[in-house]
Design a protein around this ligand. Sequence first.
Ligand SMILES: C[S@@+](CC[C@H](N)C(=O)[O-])C[C@H]1O[C@@H](n2cnc3c(N)ncnc32)[C@H](O)[C@@H]1O
Length: 219
Amino acid sequence: MIRKLSSSGKWLERHYRDQFVKKARYQNYRARSAFKLIQMDDKYKLLKPGMIVIECGAAPGSWTQVLVQRLKLEPPNPNPTGAVIAVDLLNFTPVDGAICLPKTDFTNQLCQARIIEALNGRKADLILSDMAPNVTGHHSVDHERILSLVNSAFRFSTVILKPGGTFLSKIFNGNLTDEFIHSLEKHFDSVRQVKPEASRGDSTEIYILASKLKKNYFE
Ligand SMILES: C[S@@+](CC[C@H](N)C(=O)[O-])C[C@H]1O[C@@H](n2cnc3c(N)ncnc32)[C@H](O)[C@@H]1O
């Protein structure tokens, strides 16, 4: 007998067969998306102990777990100079070693002011945006909504990053991608599109890696 699956049944079947779901369970990551950051870091060497990293869209916290591990911020002997500030609209269980701001809208100026205050005059090395809106299923709407979130993180990055700093952001690929990349190119020496293996092939999700914030931005 041929068994027909509903779309939620197909999602569940794919989820349980997914190698990154299994690996996340064995390695105690809160979500399979941990492996997207791990793969991008393994390839582009984004993370080092001593860095200051701001993470926008952090819940449930799997990227925060990776950041705390790779920046060596885990208690009881955390690296004394590094920091991770992890923000999400949703509530999420704090990750030891990171400054977590749950129930906080990153696009709100008060949130950005809190981050500046927490940094106490220091600038960040890296801004990550894995923020995503609640998807509507209409690609152009979801594409524009994610770009509006990411543009808020981009504007903040030009204020809070050190010269030479890095901005990595998730978008849903679409007709405004080139325009977004061009605006990044005005501020960063190198901008490239990245699709880690753990990002599902049938998803329009891509990451834009903008490296080396130009020094002359500050002159
Ligand atoms: C794909 S999830 C992030 C997953 C996370 N990187 C991880 O690995 O655990 C996207 C997150 O973006 C958050 N988000 C969306 N809009 C936001 C906003 N304005 N401010 C902060 N977080 C936001 C959502 O609440 C959601 O938790």
